[in-house]
Every structure is written in structure tokens, then in C-alpha cells.
Design a protein around this ligand. Sequence first.
Ligand code: FAD
Length: 458
Amino acid sequence: MKKYDVIVIGSGCGLIVTEAAAMAGNKTALVEMDKMGGTCLNVGCIPSKMLIYPADVIYEIENSSRLGINASLSNVDFAGILERTSRTIEGYRNKLHRQLHRMHGVDLYESRARFIDEHTLDVDGQRITAPLIFIACGTRPVLPQAELSGKPGIITNDNLLNLTSLPAEILIVGGGYVACEYGHFFAAMGSKVTMLEMTGQLLSGEEPEVSQLVEKTLRSKINVQTNTILKTVNEAHSGWNISTENTQDNSSKSFFSSHVLFAMGRIPNTDILGSREIGIDHDDKGYIRVNDYLQTNIEGIYAIGDVNGQYMFRHAANYEAELAWHNGLHSRAGFAHLTAVDYLAMPHAVFTRPQVASVGMTEARARKEHDIGTGIVSYFETAKGEAMQEKEGFAKAVVDKSNGNVLGFHIAGPNAAILIQEVVNAMSGKGGTDTVKRGIHIHPSISELVPLTISSAK
Ligand SMILES: Cc1cc2nc3c(=O)[nH]c(=O)nc-3n(C[C@H](O)[C@H](O)[C@H](O)COP(=O)(O)OP(=O)(O)OC[C@H]3O[C@@H](n4cnc5c(N)ncnc54)[C@H](O)[C@@H]3O)c2cc1C
């Protein structure tokens, strides 16, 4: 049995804990069964955004006639774009390996970890133990049938970069953010795209005006089938036969596609880890339950990132990793002052068409708990928005009338992910709407959209 001070399972946000533990002089084990860097680096945020940026450029070229520019696209090097993405990610991954090798006191186990008891793990036949364990084992994509995995034309975010040529057609199962991002990507590249979504709306968790604009925009290039559930997926000559059922009128439809991208949700990797078997509390979907300090029900075991099922974004995972390390260190030292999570100003973005960013509550939720004012302002109402001829994009503010605090802010349009940051900062600094209104905004820039929207909330 090898004894450590700290064991970390998973090298996504787990790397943050590993580094902090090693720097504080702890003998640390990092266990990673797949590629160094986890989902975000290898098959999530980074590759998808490296692919989507060229798609955004294509979209701009194709939609530039509104500015009096008649441009046409002559060639898109799909294989080259994918190859550049893979090469860049490999470079990042190698850098992480080099950084890890330079850290003192860290043993890397490139293998699968499985719990034997509360503080012991089996790693490739070896036993390792530590009083402090951080579970950061993440999630994986769901397939409707496990045996589809590895079949030709069956794609998830995990193997998408293995494509060597642009699929002429692709059917995407799902209507959440991964589906909407890759729908935009493949449509811009030139594939014929069909999307199946079981609810009545793409991005159904977003503010309704936002998801409606995204759906309207995507429908201009994509065959979007909402209220549609997947029934069967059968292998056919050079592709897949897919049958569906409409949840409203029970009608059936059939589709054929050479490629099918499954983006219908994710499942936590806790089954592989055996965490339930040793008594760690899980919800019925397999996510690990944690308290406000990111502690599981077993002393000394923390669960951070996607595996606790709270906010499944990389910036949320990073935030939790830092906080859990702080709490782990303090509780080990017997100090009482642990820090609770504060998700009030947790933002997210969806890099589809148009770009979406959001923080805080939707209007519907805020209305249940507060006396609210709302305001919507179009990009076009700012001088820069007019220069861009941006007639569809808008921002929406949800404000607490009693104290002027921002409860929610939602944007659909160019640079939404950048614009939202000002509101995030105001919300996390508990500064309320005045912080945004008092700041001087550069004229003419689309940053003027944010104070205008907040001021319009009635
Ligand atoms: C297509 C896509 C696009 C995304 N885009 C964005 C985005 O733009 N912005 C954003 O904020 N988020 C995005 N996300 C979400 C983001 O990737 C995740 O929230 C984040 O990566 C979660 O980090 P994590 O550390 O919790 O888990 P992961 O990064 O998934 O790391 C878990 C690691 O644990 C390893 N592991 C699992 N089980 C074991 C075991 N038993 N033993 C050893 N190792 C194990 C896995 O191999 C993996 O490397 C995207 C996700 C996808 C799928």
C-alpha cells in the first residue's frame, strides 16, 4: 500500500488541486485514465471553440451583404481546420505533462482508479491511500445503445476530431448547447444538418427570447425537428436509419444519415470509480452529492467539477477546485472557517449562432421570488450595433426593484460572452445596477448595450 497526503482522481480541474497540494509540500497522487487535461482540453471547450471560430467567420462572410459587401466563399479546408485543432491540443497536453513532471512530490498514475474502501483506491493492481481525496472524474457522453460506440459514422464530442473529411450530411441528436454549437459548426462548413430535440425548443433552459432567436437563426440553415424523440438507430448501407416519434401527435418519421452526432446528455464517471459501492452519497443519476463546502458524506472526500452535477462548465470546475482545496486544507488542520460555494454570479455561454451568454436567474424564476423589473434592448439601438447592422441581437436585464440588484442578464448576439462579464463582476461584487451604470463606457462600442439594458429595466 502506498501512502499519500492527497489523492486526486481526474486531470481536468483536478490538476488545479494537484498543483496546489504539491506546492504546499504534500505527497500527492494524480490518477488519470485517459488524456491529460480532461474533457475541456481534449474533447470539450477548446477543440469546439477552435472549430467554431472558423464557422463564425464563414457565417460573417455569408451574411455580409447587409453591409453592402457581396463576398463569396471559394474553399474551406475542413481537414486542415481539424488537423490544426488536434495539433494545438496535443501541444497544450504536452505542456501539461512537462509542468507535471516539474512538480515535486507528485506521482502520476496513468490508469483507472477504483475505490476499495473509503480511503483506498486500486490503481492498476496497486493500492494507494490518503486522508484527503478529491474526486474530479467528470462525465462522458450518452449513447442510446452502448454497442454503437466505435461504429463508422457514429460521433460524439469524444471522437469528432477523428473525422478526416466533411460529412455531406449529419444528424444531430440533442438540442442543448453541445448540439447547437456543433450544429452551427457543421452547417457553416457545408454539411446538410438535421437536429432532433425532444422538448419544444432548442436550448430550452435559456431565457425564452434567447432560445427562440437561436432556434430561428439555426433553422435558416438546419432542419430542426423539435418535440421529437429518437426511437431506433439501425445500421444501413453507408449510414444509419433513424426513426423518431413526435411527442405531440405521436407521428413517426424516418431519416437516413451517413453520420450521426449524439449530443443527448452526459453521465457521470462514478460507475467506473465505484464511489457508490463504498458508501459515497449519489443522486439517482449517479452524480455525487456534496454540501456547500464541496464535501461528500465521507470525511476527507471532496467531489468537484462535473461529477457533482452542479454547474457543468470548466470555469465552475476551476472555481470549485480552488475552493475545495482551501476547505480540504483547513479541515485537515482542524480549522473551522471553511468557505461555502457562491454560485450567484455563475455565467455561461453557448457559442452557437447567435452567440449566447447568461448569468443569474431567468425572468420566470426571478418573478417567483422577487418584485422585478425587466428590460430588453437591441444591439441596433446602440451606435456600434447600427454600424454592424445587427438587427436581431439583444440583451435582457432582470432587476430586483427593491434594491436595484441585477438578478439575471441574458444576451444573444455578437460577443455575448465578453459583454456578460461586466454584469458578472457587478453581481459578484454585490454592486448592483449602479456599478454598471456609473462606469463610463466607450462610445461607440457595443459595451454600451449593457448599461442601456439595465437602465431600461422597469
Ligand atoms: C463538446 C463540449 C464543449 C464544451 N464547451 C465548454 C465551454 O465552452 N465552456 C465551458 O465552461 N465548458 C464547456 N464544456 C464543459 C467542460 O468541458 C466541463 O465542464 C469540464 O471539462 C469539467 O471538468 P472536470 O474536471 O469536472 O471533468 P473532466 O474534464 O471531464 O475530467 C475528468 C477526468 O477524469 C478522468 N477519469 C474519470 N474516471 C476516472 C477514473 N476512475 N480513474 C482515473 N481517471 C478517471 C477522465 O479521463 C477525465 O480526464 C464543454 C463540454 C463539451 C463536452
